[in-house]
Structure formats: structure tokens, C-alpha cells
Design a protein around this ligand. Structure first.
Ligand code: PSV
Ligand code: MN
Length: 397
């Protein structure tokens, strides 16, 4: 059944061949919570080490050819760092992916960036976004991925409507700088670091802003940026319907923006999101979606957690691709609720791991990338090489 040449294998191959996942440079670096950091011996310090780790993940999985870069962390000298990045792309066979401006770390951004009441600080933030677009252009990156920390902590302390106007203006200027084919992805988040209001709190605000910015703007859905029990697949269905779905940041959450490995808490939710996308694709909507990981691991080994997320995403993508959509539509049409639900749930419960392994082998990849990572000794090796700069908490970290 799972053998190459079988109808099932061909369907699986069609789904998996087309599914690329971008990994974040910051996922390999030492990060922590506001309570502290547990350093990992194998954590990457330089952009070169991040490219090396990305190449390792790509060698194991074969589906992660691009690395998302965060401008301040990866190109601290801005455009001057481009030659080094291009050199790393060549050396490691990994291309630069989405470019992420950083509007949240400078002292000036205490009261906001693109929505700061100070026109001077807003201009400064816009300049950083424009420089980030130039970086994206020179690196031939398609997506500028924008997230703002802007918001307020206390009711009445900011003029929410004025800030909408400033934001629209800034996003229009950014959009004007895009080359043809480039996109501006606008990410939303209901809270953190601001706790009363955030200037882009949900998909509705992102959609409105994308429309105001221009035709190359889209919405970015970070799976962690929703209130508990929010129906994310319905949001995805709306964004598909309106042609505004630009990409995802993959992670999982129990409470808020927990940055856990994808599907670790609620794999059924990711399946449901993917099912909406497959249904859109099958109906010829042809959305161009950037699937990106956005995680920072404090307890799990970073490379291991990244590979685990990629493998999990593939499994859930495959399960949802195998839904018999014609039959499901027939059940929906006749309102046979139980048959529809059982068909849908049945796809979720199908063990697709043998099929994914057969696909990997057919593509010359390790059947089990996580086991191959452990066998390779890569993490231990780099842990020893990099370890002198990190104080380790565990050997496989
Ligand atoms: C903010 O929580 C966010 O999801 C944005 O995408 C940032 O770029 C990223 O996390 C930083 O880790
Ligand atoms: Mn994100």
C-alpha cells in the first residue's frame, strides 16, 4: 500500500513534494523566558552556526531549504552584512528566507514603534522596515515578515484610532518599497508585550491593514497568537476565501505564545487548519502560503525540536491531504453529521508514519530524521566545539 507506484503513495508524494517549511535562525540560538536562560552547549552563536544547523536540518528532512532571518540578531550591521550572508548561503546550500525587522528591542520603542506617539520614533521605525525590505531585495527573499510589539498596558493611556492611522501610513510606505513578487506579511498577536491593547490584535485587523497597505500585503497566522479555544481553522478559511492568507508561524500553545513544538499540545487543531488549506488547494484557490516555524526552545535540544516540528508538520499535512474530500462533501451536503465527522476524524487517526517514511526513502532521505539526527552525533559534536562558550545543562541539549 505504501510502496512507490501505489495510488496511495502517489497521493502522499504529491502532498509532501509540495510542502516546504522554513526554519527560524533564532530557533538555534540560546533563548529563555523572562525568568532566565538555560544555556545549551550546542546553541548557535553566530549566523554561520545558524546556517550550519539549518543545513543539518535540511540534510535530514530535505524540505527546509530556507532560513528566516531576524535583522537585528542576524544582520546587526544591516546592508553591510549582505556579502557574508550570501557567502553562507553558497557554503551551506541554504537560502535566506523571510526577513524579519526588529521593532521591539531598541530603547526608543518603549512606547511603540510604527504606532509610537512620537513622529520621530515612527520615522525611525519606518526606516528600519525600509532597510529590511532592501535587505530582502538584495538577498532575493520574497517575504518581509512584520510583527510589532506596539500596544498599551493601561486603558485610556493611548489614542487607539490615531495609532491605526499611523500604522496604515507606515505600512503603505513599506508596501511602496516592495519589488514585484515580494510580499509584506502582517502578523497579529492579541497580547504580549502589551497587555491592555495591541495595535494588531487579530486577523481582522491584520486583514484591514493588509488591504490598506496594498495588493502585495498578506496576513501571517502565528498558531500561538490566539486566545484559548479560538477557532483558528475558521480564521484560515476566511483568509483563504478573501485571498489574504500569506503564511504561518508554526508552534503550539497551551496558554499563550508558548513556542512549543508544533502539534505537541493539540495536533488535531493543526490537522484541521491543514484540512482547510487542502480543501482550498483542491478548489483551485492556489494560495501561496509560506509555512514557517517560529519557536524558541529552552528545554528541548534546539535542532532536535526543529526536526521534530518538521516531521510532525509533514505527518499532519499528509493526514489532512488524505481526506476523501468528495465523499466528505457528499456527507456535508446531505447533512450526515456522523458520517462526515467520522471520515474527517478517521483521516486524523490514520497512522501515516509508514507512508511518510516510504516517501523519504524514495527521495533518498533518512526514513526517520529524528533517529538519524541522534545517530549522526551532530549535536554532541557541535556541543563540544561550541560548548566552551556555553555552560551546558545536559549532554543532549
Ligand atoms: C512575536 O511573539 C513573534 O511571534 C514574532 O513573529 C517575532 O518575530 C518572533 O515571535 C520572535 O521570536
Ligand atoms: Mn511569530
Amino acid at each position: 500500500m505504501t510502496e512507490p507506484g501505489s495510488a496511495l503513495f502517489d497521493r502522499a508524494a504529491q502532498a509532501l513534494d509540495a510542502f516546504r517549511i522554513e526554519i527560524p535562525s533564532w530557533g538555534f540560538a540560546n533563548t529563555g523566558t523572562r525568568f532566565g536562560k538555560f544555556n545549551q552547549a550546542a546553541a548557535a552563536h553566530s549566523i554561520e552556526e545558524k546556517f550550519a544547523d539549518a543545513a543539518e536540518v535540511n540534510a535530514l528532512t530535505g524540505v527546509t531549504p530556507t532560513l528566516a532571518l531576524h535583522v537585528l540578531w542576524d544582520l546587526p550591521n544591516g546592508l553591510d552584512d549582505i556579502p557574508e550572508v550570501k557567502d553562507l548561503e553558497r557554503r551551506f546550500g541554504i537560502r535566506s528566507g523571510s526577513i524579519n525587522p526588529n521593532l521591539f528591542q531598541d530603547q526608543e520603542y518603549k512606547f511603540g514603534s510604527l504606532c509610537n506617539p512620537s513622529a520621530e520614533i515612527r520615522e525611525r521605525a519606518v526606516r528600519h522596515v525600509l532597510e529590511s525590505i532592501e535587505i530582502a531585495t538584495q538577498l532575493e527573499s520574497r517575504d518581509l515578515s512584520l510583527w510589532l510589539p506596539d500596544g498599551s498596558n493601561y486603558p485610556g493611556s493611548q489614542n487607539i484610532r490615531k495609532r491605526i492611522g499611523w500604522l496604515e501610513e507606515a505600512l503603505r510606505s513599506a508596501h511602496d518599497q516592495l519589488s514585484p513578487g515580494q510580499r509584506l506579511l502582517i502578523e497579529y498577536k492579541p497580547f504580549e508585550p502589551a497587555f491592555y491593547h495591541t495595535d494588531i490584535a487579530d486577523w481582522g485587523m491584520s486583514s484591514q491593514l493588509a488591504r490598506a497597505a496594498g495588493p502585495q500585503a498578506r496576513v501571517l497566522v502565528d498558531t500561538g497568537h490566539h486566545y484559548s479555544s479560538q477557532n483558528i481553522e475558521q480564521i484560515v478559511a476566511w483568509l483563504l476565501h478573501s485571498g489574504l492568507l500569506g503564511g504561518f508561524h508554526f508552534n503550539d500553545r497551551r496558554y499563550a505564545d508558548d513556542d512549543l513544538t508544533l502539534g505537541s499540545i493539540d495536533p488535531y487543531q493543526i490537522f484541521r487548519i491543514f484540512a482547510e488549506i487542502h480543501s482550498g488547494l483542491a478548489e483551485g484557490l492556489g494560495p501561496d502560503i509560506a509555512f514557517m516555524i517560529d519557536q524558541s526552545h529552552n528545554l528541548k535540544g534546539k535542532i532536535e525540536a526543529t526536526v521534530q516540528t518538521v516531521v510532525t508538520a509533514q505527518e499532519l499535512w499528509l493526514k489532512s491531504a488524505l481526506i476523501d474530500r468528495d465523499l466528505l462533501e457528499a456527507h456535508r451536503q446531505s447533512c450526515d453529521l456522523v458520517a462526515a465527522e467520522e471520515l474527517y476524524r478517521g483521516a486524523f487517526w490514520t497512522d501515516v508514519r509508514p507512508l511518510a517514511a516510504a516517501w523519504r526513502e524514495a527521495r533518498g532521505l533518512p526514513a526517520n530524521p529524528l533517529a538519524a539526527l541522534r545517530e549522526s552525533g551532530y549535536v554532541e559534536r557541535i556541543g563540544q566545539e561550541r560548548g566552551s562558550r556555553n555552560s551546558s545543562v545536559s549532554s543532549y541539549a
